[in-house]
Design a binder for this molecule. Structure first.
Ligand code: BGC
Length: 248
């Protein structure tokens, strides 16, 4: 079943990008234009569903009206339910129905996806095999084929060395602990590896640390901004609703 006509005329979508370090929010029109500047607040320490909800409530105080809510969440999410959230603390988030929590709080329909997947929808050209990676607290990845999201892979937690996952190797903590130069060497290695493994047509790099890359990127790699990525919040409402419906 496809989105109803009512969904298509919706004009104002509150879009939340929950990150390991900050939570960002803005209101988009249905094509992804920002109807107001995005605002951000620090993600609460030892974030629980309750404290994140409170932060969102504070963040959106004074926002213009909106009809629907899109959420990008930094963990594995399926049909609105969070299973893991490594950078927030998986224990508090395991099996949390974030979709229901947010819709019960704000009384609007909600769609929740992984944060990198939301960015992916915001920036992909829609042609060929495209990958979006985000360099922030954790390593976000989204895979898209002709603009369609492929199943979400938690590549962040795959080992790249004997002892380190991608998150350990190139996440924000690694950048802070090992310095910009070493981190850049590591990023070169990761990009080489992604190229050989995936043979993508285009790779987009977003996230707060994307501006720390100091080497020349291939022609088919593009740096994106948070503003580009957050537009994915509008695209979420053009996807088939079955993707979000719970199986009975
Ligand atoms: C999480 C991913 C998330 C990424 C960026 C990783 O630690 O496992 O789900 O997309 O961080 O926030």
């Amino acid at each position: 079943m496809h989105t109803s006509d009512q969904d298509i005329v919706v004009s104002k979508i509150l879009t939340l990008d929950i990150g390991g370090t900050t939570i960002k929010a803005t209101v988009l029109d249905r094509t992804g234009n920002l109807l107001q500047d995005y605002k951000k607040m620090p993600t609460p320490k030892n974030a629980t569903p309750q404290t994140v909800l409170e932060t969102i409530q504070n963040l959106v105080t004074g926002f213009q009206d909106y009809d629907k809510i899109s959420v990008g969440f930094p963990g594995y999410v399926k049909k609105g339910i969070v299973y893991t959230a490594a950078n927030l603390g998986t224990a508090a988030w395991k099996n949390v129905d974030l979709n229901k929590l947010i819709s019960d709080t704000f009384h609007k329909p909600v769609r929740v996806v992984n944060d990198a997947d939301m960015q992916g929808l915001g920036v992909a050209s829609g042609v060929g095999f495209e990958i979006v990676i985000t360099l922030g607290t954790g390593f976000g990845t989204a895979l898209l084929l002709d603009g369609h999201l492929l199943p979400h892979i938690e590549l962040a937690h795959h080992a790249i060395t004997k002892k380190k996952t991608y998150d350990d190797y190139i996440g924000d903590r690694a950048l802070k602990n090992s310095g910009k130069e070493k981190w850049n060497e590591r990023m070169k290695r990761v990009l080489e590896m992604l190229k050989v493994v995936f043979n993508y047509d285009r790779l987009y790099i977003g996230g707060g640390n994307s501006d720390k890359l100091m080497f020349k990127l291939d022609e088919n790699i593009k740096i994106i901004t948070n503003k580009d990525g957050i537009k994915g919040g509008a695209r979420l409402w053009q996807l088939d609703e079955n993707l979000f419906m719970k199986t009975k």
